[in-house]
Design a protein around this ligand. Structure first.
Ligand SMILES: Cc1cc2nc3c(=O)[nH]c(=O)nc-3n(C[C@H](O)[C@H](O)[C@H](O)COP(=O)(O)OP(=O)(O)OC[C@H]3O[C@@H](n4cnc5c(N)ncnc54)[C@H](O)[C@@H]3O)c2cc1C
Length: 464
């Protein structure tokens, strides 16, 4: 009996142990399954960092092809370097991009503006010397010189590059000077061309290599409604997390983990549209770190510097039909030397705007008041001492903004080359790089940024 009881207890014990083993086995299987499943489970297939033109275009493209996408944006707004605001004092202002410039070989932007009913105007001040006035220390340039300026400007990029390739250490300013002296241009005209080159490059023409000069075509179209309208339309129905600052992108595992100031996100592919200045600042950590060739390329680029300054006056003292007033300044060429007549393009009243596009970032650190003084001294050189003081001023600070840290686009330094942009655009594992500075063939513009979004979206589609 005792044995019988014991035997029963023993067999029950065995069953009990067996059950536990089974349960543990099931748990282990469940655990393995859970891990396996979670390996397949990601928050989104693609996460795009940055809701500027590149990021919004990439997201729009992927979502329309049924890919699950989310855009993480650090700021409390979308658009990045496209930022249109409405101020009580000055009305509608484009703080970032305003024009459609024709560059590169692929063109999609005009068709997009038409498709989304974004109004634009023909803006041709740099094509036609009638629409601009150029002032030097000695007064206005003659009509003949202005005409020459326009003609030379169109050929200038090609000529700057050509002479730069022959003499690789030549800066843009030196190249312009050599070209000017060879053709017997006046010093005022040479200064005007160098000033324009600085303004165009968003940097100092004295420290940029002529061999890599990317050039411009005349201004093209002024996007009257603002690019913000296009971005808003392209971003409709997209999943965008604003106020989400990406801090770390870890692709050590199959699943990419993105750490932010909000919460972690997981995905299979990342499209980074972080601006060059942000990548250079290393405020976002890549795990594993970015490869050496990308780091070298980043070191060899200058992220640019182009701040807009808008001044509103009590009345118009300039010629209403002139679009651009340019001061050919021998020093500080990029600081408040090119003035645009906003009146012509928008309903804004009595506003002129200028920019700081070099020679160094220190200008952007000056107070609004100090900048106003600088602006007024420039304007008085052109229009005389009698002009009134402005009644309000608005200054952008892109170069100091943590989420831009630069200007409209990056440009090679004397050590760099345009190919550095393409190096930045190369995929790194499952991280793809879009943005205005990620291709040597499509550069500088909103259009380049949009195209980079499509390029990276296609790279991912072809990998899936
Ligand atoms: C003053 C100015 C004038 C310009 N004028 C023209 C013009 O007339 N015509 C033209 O074609 N182009 C112009 N440009 C250039 C054009 O605006 C830009 O090249 C283009 O908009 C860049 O788009 P992007 O998507 O590459 O970068 P961005 O627009 O800079 O987008 C990057 C996004 O990433 C976000 N971000 C940054 N860090 C983080 C982070 N850690 N986590 C999450 N998000 C982050 C940013 O907030 C931003 O929204 C101008 C630019 C400026 C600044």
């Amino acid at each position: 009996m005792y044995f019988g009881i014991k035997k029963t207890l023993f067999s029950e014990y065995l069953v009990y142990i067996n059950n536990i083993i089974n349960i543990l086995g099931r748990c282990a299987r469940c655990h393995r399954l859970a891990v396996k499943e979670s390996k397949n489970m990601v928050d989104f297939e693609v996460i795009i960092i940055g809701a500027g033109a590149a990021g919004i275009m990439a997201a729009n493209f992927l979502q329309s092809r049924d890919v699950s996408v989310c855009v993480l944006e650090a700021r409390d707004r979308i658009g990045g370097r496209i930022h249109d605001i409405h101020t009580k004092q000055m009305g509608h202002l484009h703080l970032g991009a305003s024009w459609l410039h024709h560059k590169g070989n692929k063109h999609i932007l005009k068709a997009l503006l038409d498709q989304y009913h974004v109004a634009y105007l023909k803006e041709d001040a740099l094509e036609s010397s009638d629409k601009m006035e150029i002032y030097s220390e000695h007064g206005k340039l003659s009509g003949k010189e202005k005409k020459l300026f326009t003609e030379v400007l169109i050929r200038l990029p090609k000529n700057i590059r050509k002479i730069g390739q022959q003499q690789p250490t030549l800066s843009i300013a030196e190249a312009v000077r050599l070209i000017g002296e060879k053709h017997g241009y006046s010093q005022s005209l040479i200064q005007a061309l160098i000033t324009r080159s600085s303004e165009h490059c968003s940097q100092n023409a004295d420290v940029m290599p002529a061999r890599e000069f990317d050039g411009w075509e005349p201004n093209g179209l002024f996007v009257k409604d603002g690019y913000g309208k296009l971005i808003r339309k392209l971003s409709r129905h997209l999943n965008i997390e604003q106020n989400t600052i990406v801090q770390r992108i870890d692709q050590t595992d199959e699943i990419i983990v993105i750490e932010t100031n909000q919460k972690p996100f997981t995905c299979r592919y990342v499209i980074s549209t972080l601006p060059t200045g942000v990548l250079q600042s290393e405020q976002v950590t890549f795990v594993p770190p970015l490869p050496t060739n990308k780091k070298v390329a980043l070191e060899q680029l200058d992220s640019g510097n182009h701040e807009k300054i808008f001044l509103k006056f009590p009345h118009v003292f300039w010629d209403k039909d002139t679009e651009i007033f340019q001061l050919a300044a021998p020093n500080n060429r990029g600081a408040c030397t090119q003035w645009h007549n906003v009146l012509l393009n928008t309903e804004a009243q009595n506003i002129l705007y200028t920019n700081i596009s070099g020679p160094d970032i220190a200008y952007a650190r000056k107070s609004d008041l100090a900048l106003q003084d600088l602006c007024m001294s420039r304007l008085r050189q052109m229009f005389g001492d009698q002009i009134p003081d402005p009644i309000s001023i608005y200054v952008t600070r892109w170069s100091l903004d943590q989420f831009t840290l630069g200007g409209p686009y990056a440009h090679p330094t004397m050590k760099g080359k345009m190919g550095d942009l393409s190096t930045i655009g190369e995929p790194f594992g499952h991280i793809h790089f879009a943005g205005v500075d990620t291709s040597e063939s499509e550069t500088e513009t909103v259009e380049a940024a949009l195209l980079s979004g499509i390029r990276t979206a296609n790279q991912i589609l072809s990998k899936r």
